[in-house]
Design a protein around this ligand. Structure first.
Ligand SMILES: Nc1ncnc2c1ncn2[C@@H]1O[C@H](COP(=O)(O)OP(=O)(O)OP(=O)(O)O)[C@@H](O)[C@H]1O
Ligand SMILES: [Mg+2]
Length: 598
């Protein structure tokens, strides 16, 4: 049986599920936890991922990359990015083409590469624990992610050496985890407030059909913003009491300590009414006195300072209901997803809004990954009758004369879908037509997100309006857009698949994939080698009965066993030996696999 991973690549934490032989959907724990921190740290010449990287945050704030999902698929000029930069302790820079990179230890990385490091770690841990080579995955994204962000996430999967079967929306995945095999007809509203993003999605579940009716959200509203409110509060308090102002660029460690304390305080305030914030030896004042910072924050104070964020989410939610003409009573179930929904204020506000209890029936940390694994199994298993009908969250179109925006595919269209329109030249003797593609709802093209452009050159001189192009938008089942522009005079077709906004070409993707695998192997040489040792150990007992049945000798197996035992005994492995052993282990694993399948 081929395993397919369901991966929730979260802003703060990531989670992975798979379907086992018995048909149950199971979590793959990583380092004894059901989730892994989405953090990558660079230390000496090693790359650390997950818990180890998180532990590095306080010591090496400049070399530890966190909350990078908020940066994926964004361009430098985006307002969101500009607002966010002040909260990051690592360096984010702009390339000439307005794409962004992070710089760590004088090296440049795309956000896709950083995301890939987390995905690769998840993949290797899954291989280790399931004892099978795994390539296929379904990865989730916030429903409100635009084309650039989806494409970038998919690229991250490819860089990690994964065959990404599909990109699906997080709230849809959560609903799938909740309603799968429930055989109930109901309207379900998913309120997903994670670390970085907010999504609200309304679905109708009819037996096995999961139909998304509407979705909305904010890719810059999440637990990080709640934490940042406490950070700002502490910083204001320090200014008032000590007349000291910290700049993240000059004092990254102080800033990181405050942020860590803020995060902890926020979580504790979900179960307590008052929390002390103690930060001993935080800084020295102008008289060189050491300041041990100490203060206390109550739940009410936190509620006051974050009420505006909760209101923002409620506005988005009511917007969805109003737009559809739904009343609160039409909703049968409200599902809470995402760690930030553990905050009592959020539960209380929603219970007040809907005048009923909200569901605690799903695990807010795991539901999304579980749903992704369910979707993965539905994709390969044609026995299944379940159907998932998802929609486009934001309209897509092109810029027309005067800088206006003309929509070609409206938000809410069920995917996959396509639509087309004919456009003409706006000037006499126009020789070039440039089709600039945007996504969003604003009437002015530039207020939307730019996705890419297609140029049609060498147009014969014709009066205005005579030259015609047919522009067709095709959205596949992952919600990824391809645009085809047909020159209606020659029949020539120009097409464009939206690239992730770091503009990585498919050639570059291959190179990045090798680079990522190499740097991972280098950092985790021993762990990587051991993952293959574990794999061989799991395959051996499966291979023995196959050999016995065909009366074949077992001496090869004995050799394999001796080889892996010798590796397990080794303490240090030199780089050249490492390559040799890894090659041998891969060959053994593949021989065993072929034998078992024979
Ligand atoms: N007990 C708690 N009270 C309040 N907030 C919490 C609690 N536990 C976790 N959180 C917050 O939940 C957020 C992480 O949630 P989650 O792991 O669901 O996010 P994510 O999946 O990484 O992000 P996203 O879905 O936005 O990409 C963090 O901001 C964290 O501080
Ligand atoms: Mg999440």
């Amino acid at each position: 049986m081929e395993y397919i991973l369901g991966i929730d690549l979260g802003t703060t934490n990531s989670c992975v599920f798979y379907k086992d032989e018995g048909g149950s959907f199971k979590n793959i724990p990583i380092e004894n936890s059901n989730t892994i921190p989405s953090v990558v740290a660079f230390k000496d010449d090693k790359i650390l991922v997950g818990k180890q990287a998180e532990n590095q945050k306080l010591i090496l704030p400049r070399d530890t990359i966190y909350a990078f999902k908020r940066l994926i698929g964004r361009r430098w000029e985006s307002q969101f990015l500009q607002n966010a930069i002040s909260h990051y302790s690592y360096t984010i820079t702009k390339k000439e083409d307005a794409t962004i990179r992070v710089i760590v230890q004088n090296q440049e990385y795309t956000i896709e590469e950083i995301s890939a490091m987390v995905l690769l770690k998840i993949k290797q841990e899954a291989i280790k624990s399931l004892g099978k080579d795994i390539k296929k995955a379904v990865i989730t994204v916030p429903a409100y992610f635009n084309e650039n962000q989806r494409k970038s996430t998919k690229d991250a999967g490819i860089i990690a050496g994964l065959d990404v079967l599909r990109i699906i929306n997080e709230p849809t995945a959560a609903a799938l985890a909740y309603g799968f095999k429930q055989q109930k007809n109901q309207f379900v509203l998913v309120y997903d407030l994670g670390g970085g993003t907010f999504d609200v999605t309304l679905l109708e579940i009819n037996d096995d059909v999961f139909e998304v009716i509407a979705t909305a959200g904010d890719t810059f509203l999440g637990g990080e913003d709640f934490t940042n409110k406490i950070v700002e509060w502490v910083e204001r308090d320090i200014i008032e009491r000590y007349e000291r102002k910290f700049e993240i660029s000059k004092d990254p460690i102080v800033h990181q300590r405050i942020k860590d304390a803020a995060e902890k305080t926020k979580k504790e305030l979900s179960s307590r009414n008052l929390v002390n914030i103690d930060l001993p030896f935080l800084f020295t004042d102008s008289n060189k006195n050491t300041i041990n910072y100490s203060s206390a924050l109550t739940r009410d104070e936190l509620n006051d300072m974050t009420a505006i964020l909760v209101e923002k989410s409620i506005d988005i939610l009511s917007g969805v209901l109003d737009h559809l003409g739904f009343s609160k009573d039409d909703i049968d179930q409200v599902l809470l997803v995402g760690g930030q929904t553990r905050m009592p204020l959020i539960q209380e506000t929603l219970e007040g809004f809907f005048s009923r209890n909200v569901s605690k029936g799903i695990n807010p940390d795991e539901a999304v990954a579980m749903g992704a694994a369910i979707q993965g199994s539905l994709l390969v298993d044609d026995q299944h009758t379940s159907v998932l009908l998802d929609i486009i969250a934001q309209s897509m179109g092109i810029m027309v004369s005067g800088g206006f925006y003309e929509k070609i595919i409206e938000k809410g269209s069920v995917i996959p879908c396509s639509a087309e329109k004919v456009f003409t030249t706006i000037r006499n003797n126009q020789t070039v037509v440039e089709i600039n593609i945007f996504q969003g709802e604003a009437w002015s093209a530039e207020d939307n997100t730019y996705l890419g452009s297609i140029k049609i050159k060498d147009i014969p001189p014709l009066p205005q309006g005579e030259f015609k192009v047919n522009v067709r938008f095709i959205i596949n089942s992952e919600g990824i857009l391809r645009v085809e522009a047909t020159n209606l005079h020659t029949g020539e077709i120009h097409d464009l698949t939206i690239e992730g906004s770091s503009g990585i070409t498919s050639d570059e993707l291959k190179k990045l994939k090798d680079k990522c695998a190499l740097s991972y192997e280098k950092s985790e040489q021993r762990a990587y080698l051991m993952s293959y040792v574990e794999l061989v150990k799991k395959l051996i007992p499966e291979a023995i009965p196959v050999l016995q049945r065909s009366n074949k000798p077992l001496n090869k197996i004995e050799q394999y066993k001796m080889f892996i035992e010798s590796i397990e005994r080794m303490k240090d492995i030199s780089a050249d030996k490492y390559e040799e052993y890894l090659g041998t282990l891969k060959a053994i694993a593949s021989a065993l696999d072929t034998l078992i399948k024979s």
